[in-house]
Ligand binder design. Structure first.
Ligand SMILES: Cc1cc2nc3c(=O)[nH]c(=O)nc-3n(C[C@H](O)[C@H](O)[C@H](O)COP(=O)(O)OP(=O)(O)OC[C@H]3O[C@@H](n4cnc5c(N)ncnc54)[C@H](O)[C@@H]3O)c2cc1C
Length: 498
């Protein structure tokens, strides 16, 4: 391993990650701040992040692409809930259309970044993943779009007797190419978005598919295509039609979310009613589709055109709600004493959360411990200058937040340029402000990681909003300056609050 110590290349902005967030950030930088230099560093050999990594059968979004896609690029495909190849094609088109090919440096993993206040810049340590070679870059800003989970390992709980099972045990994050499951008995462990996607897809050719869940999730059928979107496009053209559909879908998402939050019992009853209509007569709906929490306390699982329910009706898939006592040679033994036989086991048991792409940060030599930081406007960290963390929504399309956050970031940089500032450092004026977890989301993978993530405060601008309409006001409409964001110049390093 060699380290290059020649004078380092300097960039105004270094974007980490070429997934949907990093590509979007690249496009905003290109159009809003054309004079700023930037590069996108991507650890993998290719773009697309999540949408390239996951290769399991049926991989698709559960958001509609009119809101999950970019505001600046109409989604034209007939699938509104789209499969990964279509999403990837859209992302790669965005790269080409905006000249981002030249900006993305593949096989470059950012390892660490050290902020120096006197120099007002980050010194960034990078590894070329192919060769292990190390290099350094410096950057005025770090825009971290590294997603929220580890790419090298998914989450699998410890299962007693796992080594006894004779067949393959597969995690959806590492789906083996050419895995043979046609005609076989497949057991899918899990009840989240991945499990409900996999089950109907596998059921097309598998002998049988059983979804084994500890706790049920809310599952709702949604149309794969959006007839109204097609009509609006035909009537008003691509751009206008897309803008209208996007608005419609945002409003619908907000409406559903608010209804579920305000009337959880009615929402629960409605979902149960829809489920019962999709399931065979006499099906134990309450056993398998009635979670112990309220709708939207965890992400609601969408099934396009009710494909999961169809597979259950056809008898090609079934659901078991129980706990694993132990694996056996031929499957699993459940706590109820029942045994499920399987040839292949899929552990759709989740992700391992990782914030800021696993990068270790220091500020003037002091390590940044994320749980000691508080998010500013849901996009920067207290005490960490010139750093953006691109975390989207968990209760609607992730990217709705990322788009607003990119706009705000570009406006902030333009404002700093106009006034000659180099440094933006968020700092709460009340050091005793009460804090709570950054994400108020009950999903298992968030709860497991809560003590590794930043926190949020109890007042603006230290709240992490999950509401698109509040964020439109905060990030798009309101000023980028704030008494809690201290702007200063590098040379004097004298803090001036704008
Ligand atoms: C199977 C699946 C389906 C999903 N479906 C939806 C959905 O329908 N709707 C929704 O809103 N959300 C969905 N999500 C959440 C989804 O991950 C996000 O919405 C979105 O894709 C995240 O994009 P991103 O660019 O922020 O992160 P990612 O897609 O994770 O991309 C991050 C990129 O950063 C790179 N990277 C990370 N660390 C470093 C580093 N240190 N140095 C260099 N590069 C680095 C990674 O290699 C990767 O390419 C889904 C997630 C999964 C796993």
């Amino acid at each position: 391993m060699t380290t290059t110590h020649t004078p380092v290349e300097h960039l105004d902005v270094l974007v980490v990650g070429a997934g949907i967030s990093g590509i979007g950030a690249g496009r905003y930088l290109t159009t809003e701040l054309p004079r700023r230099s930037f590069a996108i560093l991507e650890a993998r050999e290719t773009s697309g992040g999540t949408w390239d990594l996951f290769r399991y059968p049926g991989i698709r979004s559960d958001s509609d692409l009119h809101t999950f896609g970019y505001e600046f690029k109409p989604w034209r495909d007939e699938q509104s809930i789209a499969d990964a190849p279509r999403i990837l094609a859209y992302l790669r088109e965005t790269i080409t259309e905006n000249g981002l090919d030249e900006r993305i440096r593949y096989s470059h993993r950012v390892l660490s970044a050290a902020w120096s206040t006197p120099e007002a810049r980050w010194l960034v340590e990078v590894e070329r993943t192919g060769t292990g070679e190390r290099l350094q870059l410096s950057a005025g800003w770090l825009f971290c779009a590294g997603g929220y989970y580890r790419y090298d390992e998914g989450f699998t709980p410890v299962f007693d007797g796992r080594e006894r099972f004779r067949g393959p045990i597969v995690h959806p994050q590492h789906w083996p190419e050419g895995l043979e499951y046609a005609g076989k008995r497949v057991l899918v462990i899990g009840s989240g978005a991945t499990a409900v996607t996999l089950v109907p897809a596998l059921a097309e050719t598998a002998g049988s598919v059983t979804m084994l869940q500890r706790t049920p999730s809310y599952v709702m059928p949604v149309p794969r295509t959006d007839v109204l979107a097609d009509r609006l496009r035909a009537w008003f053209g691509d751009e206008r039609g897309f803008a209208l559909t996007r608005r419609k879908n945002i409003a619908r998402g907000i409406g559903i979310w608010r209804f579920c939050q305000k009337y959880p019992r009615a929402a629960r009853k409605l979902i149960r009613w829809v489920n019962a209509r999709q399931l065979p007569e006499g099906y134990p709906v309450d056993e398998h589709f009635n979670p112990p929490y309220d709708p939207w306390d965890q992400r609601l699982c969408a099934v396009p055109d009710g494909d999961l329910f169809r597979a259950i009706r056809n008898g090609t898939a079934d659901v078991v709600t129980d706990r694993i006592a132990t694996f056996t040679e031929d499957g699993v033994l459940l706590e109820s004493g029942r045994e499920l036989q399987a040839d292949v086991v899929v552990t759709a048991t989740g992700l391992t959360v990782q914030a800021i792409g696993g990068i270790s940060l220091t500020v003037d030599g002091e390590p940044v411990h994320l749980p000691d930081t508080v998010t500013y406007k849901g996009m920067m960290l207290s005490g960490v200058p010139n750093f953006v963390i691109a975390i989207g929504y968990t209760n609607s399309s992730w990217t709705l937040k990322i788009g607003l956050l990119c706009e705000h970031f570009c406006r902030l940089l333009a404002q700093m340029d106009a006034h000659g500032y180099d440094v933006a450092r968020p700092e709460p004026s009340d050091p005793d402000m009460p804090t709570r977890p950054f994400l108020d989301f009950a999903a298992g993978y968030i709860r497991r990681a809560v003590d590794q993530l930043p926190r949020q405060g109890d007042r603006l601008p230290w709240l992490t909003s999950t509401s698109y309409s509040s964020d439109v006001k905060l990030l798009r409409a309101e000023s980028v300056t704030d008494p809690e964001l201290h702007l200063s110049r590098a040379a004097t390093a004298a803090a001036v609050t704008a």
